[in-house]
Design a protein around this ligand. Structure first.
Ligand SMILES: CC(C)[C@H](C(=O)O)[C@@H](O)C(=O)O
Ligand code: SF4
Length: 772
């Protein structure tokens, strides 16, 4: 684990170090969080934990809530409330639960009746809630988006959401530094989405694991904020914890006039800009990994397979398993070709499509819509398409696009013009692909079943999606007349025209909710699952281990989206590896390992492949594994957020770098033998009790696991240090305090008070913690 950096620092080092509230000897850090974004899918269990423990939200003024994943994108003309509008029951309950929590905890909320509602990663920057030099978290892996402002922004699981709500801090460790430098000028027709797809193709989906990436170089400097956000957004697809771009004039220009940013030309603004200008990597700072890319080597890039690393230039062909050196790569290619219904050697431009989706937190900003509109203006989408959809990222973007006439251009061309939300990016709402339907999508994940069970996704830029819509198949935008004008070539392009930021009806939605009766009618829903309090202690575990030999098993595969609509933690066993474990008719797939004896009784997962648990931050993945009976995972590497989530649930993820030892454990698992994991001795033994290998684990995490300690209770013991940090923060960066829309019947952003320092909850600490 990296230690504190002495000497020249990277941008990441600077932001991270300036947020440390406390550091333990083993490197465990209590990090202050400036900004917390919340949505309906990953928060119900967190709020419930707070309620059951009688805790408050510590900084309502630094918390912003919206609803985006579950919501239909159909017209809202007659919108009366979510209870009436969201037809699907589980989705509705999740939306209602969010509104109840907003009401109970008095949080700033942009609901469906508010035109500032939108995808959580779109609205934060749009409102100026995301600011340079801040720490930003959300129960969502694409929180990395906000790094475009020079903020340290990363996804967290639901237990961590609860931790941040209660304490405004997180327990974490330092990440390693990685730099991706893109120099030179992008060729016409190439956009920021192509840059990031190219980068992921180069480093792989595990390439950034354990790292924070700083994107730099002249090609990045030349990009608009929208384009930088698209790049940082997909850092998680490259395995990284976060992605950052140093703030500059482009950033400041974007922030000017945003309601929650310091008022332009005020003394506070000048002070803020002075500080923001200092946020850059020192000369001679060391990076653990450096990648150099020449912008002119990047072509319009498209995905062919079921992982974001499966990309080729649009001029290329579908690869063959023979193109991959290792067994794992060959097998993954074979499997992807089968799933995607493609033949090796086929030209990418020959791939016919059924649907087009322009939207998602990667590419649904005003600039994206302008580019797509320019390309389809005066033309018609191809007749073979069943559906082509434009989903603006927020109500304000929609409004701005309509003011510019973009909606008309799209509808004249045959597109549907929708309301804001995540939409077909993950199909948790009515927008999805049917089995075998093929879609060119501006979203960020092409996992199996991502946009709907059996659906096939090709990731593309907005320009390429628009070109594909006209052709009815994947197409090279550069073959179209006039394409060059569609793409912003530099930061002087019209990309900084802000969507109008309207403050006039800021409390409308919250007021409506606050006005509802308390008697359980209307939107009020009480949740009843057990408290998230303490966790079961972990000391020794002996049992059957189930072997996996595949790289990049993502959390969408571990638990698909339809199971995320719950407001409980329990009852997810059926959803575990749903698409792999069950046949379409609901019967068991006997060939899947977890359905074979003795693995139906497995307590341990052994992953010989790397990057197990990559992708989405859904804590439902460890909850489902726990429900099945799995308490320990042993593997080559794990997705960062997944690994954190397992710890928070009293599970033990063990990284074994020694290939020989991991192979032996894997072989024992394949042979159906038991494995013993002894956390007190840091040792893994075979069925006869003979040690196979020792393992390492942070001492704080080990201490919490062995003693079944609750992080939140421990952190609250530190209330004084947090309060001291906040005092200093108020003096040094006053613009970070108290901006919100909380107050009733008031318009515009207002200062709101932080909640009082919570009382510690000593009852939950089973023994004296480490040296807090
Ligand atoms: C629902 C949420 C946990 C998830 C994420 O973390 O990314 C979603 O936004 C996604 O894109 O898969
Ligand atoms: S990746 Fe898709 S589902 Fe996840 S937050 Fe972004 S738009 Fe929503």
């Amino acid at each position: 684990m990296p230690g504190a950096v002495k000497g020249p620092q990277t941008l990441y080092d600077k932001v991270f170090e300036s947020h440390i509230v406390n550091e333990q000897d083993d490197g465990t850090i209590l990090l202050y969080i400036d900004r917390h974004l919340v949505h309906e899918v990953t928060s119900p269990q967190a709020f419930e934990g707070l309620t059951n423990a009688g805790r408050k939200v510590r900084r309502p003024d630094c918390t912003l809530v919206t609803t985006d994943h579950n919501v239909p994108t159909s017209p809202r003309k007659n919108f009366k409330g979510v209870s009436d509008f969201v037809k699907e029951e589980d989705s509705r309950i999740q939306c209602e639960t969010l509104e109840q929590n907003v009401k109970d905890f008095k949080l700033t909320y942009f609901g469906l009746g508010d035109k500032r509602q939108g995808i959580v990663h779109i609205i934060g920057p749009e409102q100026g809630f995301t600011l340079p030099g801040t720490t930003v978290v959300c129960g969502d892996s694409h929180t990395s988006t906000h790094g475009a402002f020079g903020a340290l922004a990363f996804g967290i699981g639901t237990s961590e959401v609860e931790h941040v709500l209660a304490t405004q801090t997180l327990l974490t460790n330092r990440s390693k530094n990685m730099r991706v430098q893109v120099d030179g000028q992008l060729a016409p027709g190439v956009s920021s989405k192509d840059i990031i797809l190219h980068v992921i193709g180069k480093i792989g989906t595990a390439g950034g694991t354990g790292h924070v990436i700083e994107y730099c170089g002249s090609a990045i400097r030349d990009l608009s904020m929208e384009a930088r956000m698209s790049i940082c957004n997909m850092s998680i697809e490259g395995g990284a914890r976060a992605g950052l771009v140093a703030p500059d004039e482009t950033t400041f220009e974007y922030l000017k006039g945003r309601p929650l940013a310091p008022k332009p030309d005020s003394a506070e603004w000048r002070k803020a800009v002075k500080y923001w200008e200092s946020l850059r990597t020192d000369d001679d700072a060391k990076f653990d990994v450096e990648i150099f890319i020449d912008a002119k080597d990047i072509e319009p890039t498209v995905s062919w397979g079921t992982s974001p690393q499966d990309v080729v230039p649009i001029t290329g062909v579908v690869p063959s398993p023979d193109d991959f050196k290792d067994k794992n790569g060959k097998e993954a290619c074979e499997r992807a070709l089968k799933y995607m219904g493609l033949t090796a050697g086929m030209k990418m431009t020959d791939i016919e499509l059924d649907k087009i989706f322009i939207g998602s937190c990667t590419n649904s900003r005003i600039e994206d819509l302008r580019i797509a509109a320019h390309i389809v203006k005066g033309k018609k989408i191809a007749p073979n398409l069943k559906e082509a959809m434009i989903v603006p990222g927020s109500g304000l973007i929609k409004k701005q696009a309509e003011a510019e006439g973009l909606d008309k251009i799209f509808t004249d061309a045959g597109f549907q013009w929708r309301e804001a939300g995540c939409s077909m990016c993950l199909g948790m709402n009515p927008d999805m692909l049917s089995p075998k339907e093929r879609c060119a999508s501006t979203s960020n994940r092409n996992f199996e079943g991502r946009q709907g069970a059996g659906g096939r996704t090709h990731l593309v830029s907005p320009a390429m999606a628009a070109a594909a819509a006209l052709a009815g198949k994947l197409a090279d935008v550069r073959k179209l007349d006039d394409y060059e004008q569609a793409l912003p070539k530099s930061k002087s392009a019209p990309s900084h025209i802000k969507p109008e930021v309207d403050e006039s009806d800021s409390d409308v939605d919250l007021d409506k909710i606050l006005d509802q009766p308390e008697d359980g009618t209307g939107n009020t829903v009480k949740t009843g699952a057990p408290s998230t309090g303490g966790i079961a202690p972990f000391t020794q575990l002996k049992g059957i281990a189930v072997p996996f030999d595949r790289n990049n098993i993502d959390t969408d595969a571990i638990i698909p989206k339809q199971f995320l609509k719950t407001i409980k933690k329990a009852g997810l066993e059926k959803g575990l590896f749903y698409a792999w474990r069950w046949n379409e008719d609901g019967s068991k797939n006997d060939s899947f390992i977890l359905n074979k004896e003795p693995y139906t009784k497995a307590k341990i997962v052994v992953s010989y492949g790397e990057n197990f648990g990559c992708g989405s931050s859904r804590e439902h993945a460890p909850w489902a594994l726990l429900d099945f009976g799995i308490k320990c995972l042993i593997g080559k590497s794990f997705g960062d957020i997944f690994r954190n989530n397992t710890f928070k649930n009293g599970m033990l993820p063990i990284v074994i770098e020694d290939d020989k030892a991991l192979r032996q454990i894997y072989d024992d698992a394949v042979a159906g033998k038991e494995i013993e994991v002894d956390l007190e001795q840091n040792s893994i033994k075979d069925a006869d009790g003979k040690e196979i290998t020792k393992f390492e684990i942070d001492s704080f995490r080990r201490h919490c696991l062995i003693n079944g300690l609750d992080d939140i209770g421990l952190t609250m013991e530190n209330g004084d240090k947090i309060a001291k940090f906040e005092k200093k923060r108020s003096e040094e960066t006053p613009w970070l305090d108290g901006s919100g829309y909380l107050s009733r019947h008031r318009t515009g952003a207002v200062k709101v008070e932080a909640a009082p320092v919570p009382k510690t909850n000593r009852g939950e600490v089973k023994e004296e913690p480490l040296q807090w």
